[in-house]
Design a protein around this ligand. Structure first.
Ligand code: UDX
Ligand code: ADP
Length: 457
């Protein structure tokens, strides 16, 4: 089956970039992205895109109006599409059964109900949200609850893109996973989607599996990546107690070919919209299947992450003579990682809340995420300033706390920062990102993660 028109429901972090790359690489396919939020669509059609992602703007400018369109959803658009991607948000439930753990599928269900009456015969539906298992099945059930109506193959095509490198991950993916029902129609549909990706992805990297394997692979991959981070962070706590250096351990461990070097950087902890959500979801599903030990194992990865954030926040307070009350503290970096303005589940949220509870006065700097930071801390009691100039954020502060390893932080004039601060001045490098010996030479008391602190006191 030849795909000429694609529509994507949901113009977010996943839908927007994915469709932009498909449109770029498949000039003969018309791609339309829709959203229930008209403001979001207006932003995608404006000079300032609603999300920041390196390389995205160039692609959107190249394709927008040619074969890439951003519109509000309408039945006519659905009726024209050969393939419908569902890429809506699936946050963790904040109410009812599975609260705080299961995925909230209400947006997904609403999308399926919306498209159902308008789909053209044979149109293929692709489940593309960052979602857990059984989602493709849920969509299929909604689409086919009238047994006489036309059947639509529902594919699972999990997203492996990481923010900040989304465009590279889409253009050169390690693999593309397509899960389909093991029927001739399901396999034909999977082939049609594979043909779309084959415009730029080598065929051997396009894996066809059954729906369950595809969906569970996504959870398993994220759970294992997060587990590596929690593992090295657990070691970082031990390093601080024993004077070992976690950087040296990461290197030594990562040089083992069987382990490899990636995702072994100790730090303040992982954040982002996926890891916590996927781990909690995985453990919820395991519990549901009666696998309590398996559930507890994966929940432990989340618990270790929370422990790391709390542990470091306590260290920030205890090393400043056990009080930060009324002290100005500069926070450098709020995004959950560099290269994005995304602050969902950013460790900075918990750290700032912890410091505000201790009555610190915060000045937060981030090159891209200040607007989101403001939103995240709305309603939290205490004094918080959002400062676009890092030097102003640091002026008169007792401590700088680095929580996101933005490259620009390495280029700061640390002497100038030091001179503008209260004394003694503290530097908490929550990402082991800077030259600690150099900071110490300037006069800072330096507190890295998983390494000995360098103090003048
Ligand atoms: C992740 C997965 O990598 C991606 O495949 C999936 O589709 C979505 O979830 P993302 O959340 O965008 O992507 O970012 P990632 O680069 O994986 O980093 C997640 C968090 O882990 C960040 O807060 C990062 O700072 C932290 N991290 C990462 C570490 O603390 N140490 C590391 O060694 C690596
Ligand atoms: P993700 O990281 O999964 O892409 P986002 O929150 O960035 O999540 O994006 C999801 C988008 O889906 C949002 O812009 C939201 O408005 C949109 N959305 C949610 N429900 C629907 C729906 N029923 N129809 C169209 N768009 C929807």
């Amino acid at each position: 089956m030849e795909i000429k028109k694609i529509i994507c429901i949901g113009a977010g972090y996943v839908g927007g970039p994915t469709m932009a790359v498909i449109a770029d690489r498949c000039p003969e396919i018309g791609v339309t992205v829709v959203d229930i939020n008209p403001e979001r669509i207006a932003q995608w059609n404006s000079d300032k895109l609603p999300i920041y992602e390196p390389g995205l703007e160039e692609i959107v400018l190249r394709c927008r109006g040619r074969n890439l369109f951003f519109k509000t959803a309408s039945p006519e658009l659905i009726a024209e599409a050969d393939m419908v991607f569902v890429s809506v948000n699936t946050p963790t439930k904040t109410f009812g059964e599975g609260e705080g753990r299961a995925a909230d599928l209400q947006y997904l269900e609403k999308s399926a109900r919306f498209i159902r009456p308008h789909l053209k015969p044979g149109a293929i539906v692709v489940e593309k949200s960052t979602v857990p298992v059984k989602t493709a099945e849920a969509i299929s059930t909604i689409l086919h609850f009238e047994s006489q109506g036309p059947r639509h193959p529902v594919l699972s095509n999990p997203e492996f893109l990481a923010e900040g490198t989304a465009i590279r991950d889409l253009e050169e993916p390690d693999r593309v996973l397509i899960g389909c029902e093991q029927t001739p129609e399901g396999q034909l549909a999977a082939q049609a989607l594979a043909d779309v990706y084959a415009h730029w992805v080598p065929r051997e990297r396009i894996l066809l599996t059954n729906v369950w394997s595809s969906e569970l692979s996504k959870l398993a991959a994220n759970a294992m990546l997060a587990q590596r981070i929690s593992s090295i962070n657990s070691i970082s706590a031990l390093c601080e107690a024993t004077r070992a250096d976690v950087g040296e351990i990461s290197r030594a461990v990562g040089l083992d070919n069987r382990i490899g070097p990636q995702f072994l950087e100790a730090g303040i902890g992982f954040g982002g919209s996926c890891f916590r959500k996927d781990l909690l979801n995985l453990s919820y599903i395991c519990e549901h299947e009666g696998l309590l030990e398996v559930a507890a194992y994966w929940k432990g990865v989340v618990a270790m992450n929370d422990f790391q954030i709390e542990r470091y926040t306590r260290k920030i307070v205890s090393s400043q003579f056990n009080t930060v009350a009324a002290k100005k503290i500069a926070i450098f970096g709020f995004a959950y990682k560099p290269g994005t303005d995304d602050t969902r589940d950013a460790p900075a949220i918990q750290v700032c809340q912890g410091l505000l509870r201790e009555q610190a006065r915060l000045a937060i700097h981030d090159p891209k995420a200040l607007e989101n930071a403001r939103y995240d801390l709305k309603g939290v009691e205490g004094e918080v300033a959002f400062e676009p100039d890092p030097y102003k954020a640091a002026e008169g502060s007792h401590a700088i706390v680095l929580l996101t390893h933005w490259p620009e932080y390495r280029k700061l004039d640390f002497q100038r920062l030091y001179e503008s601060m209260e004394k003694p001045s503290f530097f908490f490098d929550g990402r082991n990102w800077l030259d600690h010996a150099a900071l110490h030479r300037i006069g800072f008391n330096v507190y890295p993660i998983g390494k000995e602190s360098l103090s003048h006191i």
